[in-house]
Design a binder for this molecule. Structure first.
Ligand SMILES: Cc1cc2nc3c(=O)[nH]c(=O)nc-3n(C[C@H](O)[C@H](O)[C@H](O)COP(=O)(O)OP(=O)(O)OC[C@H]3O[C@@H](n4cnc5c(N)ncnc54)[C@H](O)[C@@H]3O)c2cc1C
Length: 391
């Protein structure tokens, strides 16, 4: 069987690329090491920018029918325990904000790609095949034997621990994951209805913890911590999670079943202002494999979807032009700069001014509370898809 494109990884980035290519009549092979539905460590927050992209991919109805838990606001705690509450409202009805457990969410994208004609294989990708500098295909492990699969273009969509990224970039130039996260689900938990909670804790600074409601009595909870900081203390990730859950703001809200479920850890890389190369001869990187997670909010699904869409559009043009060279695929890199990296650089600036030290964050949250209306106006100048309400 011959394919136009091989996509390694069927998360949001890989499936968005697949759907975009399939809608343009391209033959797509979508490979994932896990069979779907599968879990992915995440806060499960689908923010308004991501839901607009899902509508663009034709998934609005599926997302609506899935009845994911809607969010209308956020409570943010500063390191010294002060809090600020925000209500948010979509600017356009397609800009929905909800919590969608990835087990279900990713499967909707995966099944949609399959329905459109993606050929799927469940197997780990182990590396790329090259002729000179050009990527010709990938290697997979099937029944303990290595198989080679060939296509004009390969998309590396295999997430934060990407094998494709590691095959393309020399060790000396590689960005390594710098944060480790833990995520669990709580049942019978007293949530703040339709509100996410974000905790800036001194012990995790500059990362934080979250409680995202998945339903009226359940939540996704977790936190991220710099790997260097984690290694310099004595508690395990699980012990740190239990420490967080015994915080007085949380403990009293845990019901009869206090044991968190589906506890998992995950390393990740936040995007930096330095650009990593995402276009190669015969290959591109998308989503977390291209380190596109927002460094301020931790949001990654939107940029995974957007990079997948842009990659799909550029690759379809490259196939029409019979030109799979890096020179042509650099158009993808340029669009990533304009449509994704600009926002990332703004996030870095915001993070560097608000989250520089715990004291600055304490003061910022105190001031936000005192001057809610001007703060809402300022945020609304930056926000493109939802509006902050001062009350
Ligand atoms: C703790 C945590 C909380 C987060 N919370 C949020 C949030 O609330 N909202 C948000 O928008 N973003 C959040 N993110 C970021 C978000 O999870 C990622 O940015 C997003 O999943 C990236 O999508 P992706 O498709 O690039 O990668 P992934 O979703 O990681 O998908 C990669 C796919 O590749 C497959 N794969 C990996 N290696 C191989 C291999 N060798 N062979 C074959 N297949 C392979 C995997 O099985 C997986 O299916 C969070 C991240 C973390 C770590």
């Amino acid at each position: 069987m011959s394919y136009d494109v091989i996509i390694a990884g069927a998360g949001p980035a890989g499936t968005a690329a697949a759907i975009t290519l399939l809608n343009r009549g391209r033959k797509v092979l979508l490979i994932d090491r896990q069979s779907f539905p599968r879990d992915k460590v995440c806060g499960d927050g689908i923010l308004p920018g991501a839901s607009a992209l899902l509508a663009r991919l034709g998934l609005e109805d599926q997302m609506q029918s899935a009845n994911f838990y809607p969010i209308h606001g956020a409570r943010i705690y500063s390191p010294n325990g002060n809090k600020v509450d925000w209500f948010v409202r979509p600017i356009n009805p397609i800009h929905k904000f909800y919590i969608a457990p990835r087990h279900k969410f990713d499967n909707l994208l995966y099944q949609h790609a399959k329905q459109l004609g993606a050929i799927t294989i469940t197997a780990p990708v182990t590396g790329v095949i090259r002729t000179g500098r050009t990527i010709r295909g990938i290697k997979i492990l099937k029944n303990n034997r290595e198989e080679k699969l060939i296509a004009p273009i390969v998309i590396g969509a295999d997430g934060a621990t990407s094998v494709i990224y590691r095959s393309l970039v020399t060790q000396q130039h590689r960005i390594k994951p710098e944060v480790i996260a833990i995520r669990a689900y709580l049942k019978n938990f007293k949530i703040i209805p339709n509100h996410i909670e974000a905790f800036a804790l001194k012990s995790l600074f500059p990362n934080g913890a979250w409680i995202f409601p998945t339903g009226p009595n359940s939540a996704n909870v977790g936190f991220g911590i710099d790997i260097a900081r984690y290694q310099s203390q004595n508690l395990s990730m699980k012990e740190l999670l239990h420490q967080f859950l015994s915080d007085s703001r949380i403990k009293s809200r845990i019901g009869l079943d206090p044991n968190p479920k589906d506890i998992k850890t995950w390393p990740y890389t936040l995007s930096t202002s330095q650009s990593i190369q995402v276009a190669y001869d015969g290959a591109v990187l998308v989503g977390d494999a291209a380190a596109l997670m927002d460094p301020f909010t931790g949001e990654g699904i939107k940029n995974a979807l957007l990079s997948g869409i842009i990659a799909g559009e550029t690759i379809s043009d490259a196939l029409s032009a019979h030109d799979i060279s890096k020179a042509f695929l650099t158009k993808y890199e340029q669009r990533c700069e304009q449509e994704i990296k600009t926002t990332i650089r703004r996030s870095i600036k915001l993070k560097n001014s608000l989250v520089l030290t715990p004291q600055i964050l304490n003061t910022s949250i105190k001031l936000m509370n005192r001057f809610k209306s001007p703060t809402a106006k300022l945020f609304n100048r930056l926000s493109t898809n939802f509006e902050f309400l001062s009350q």
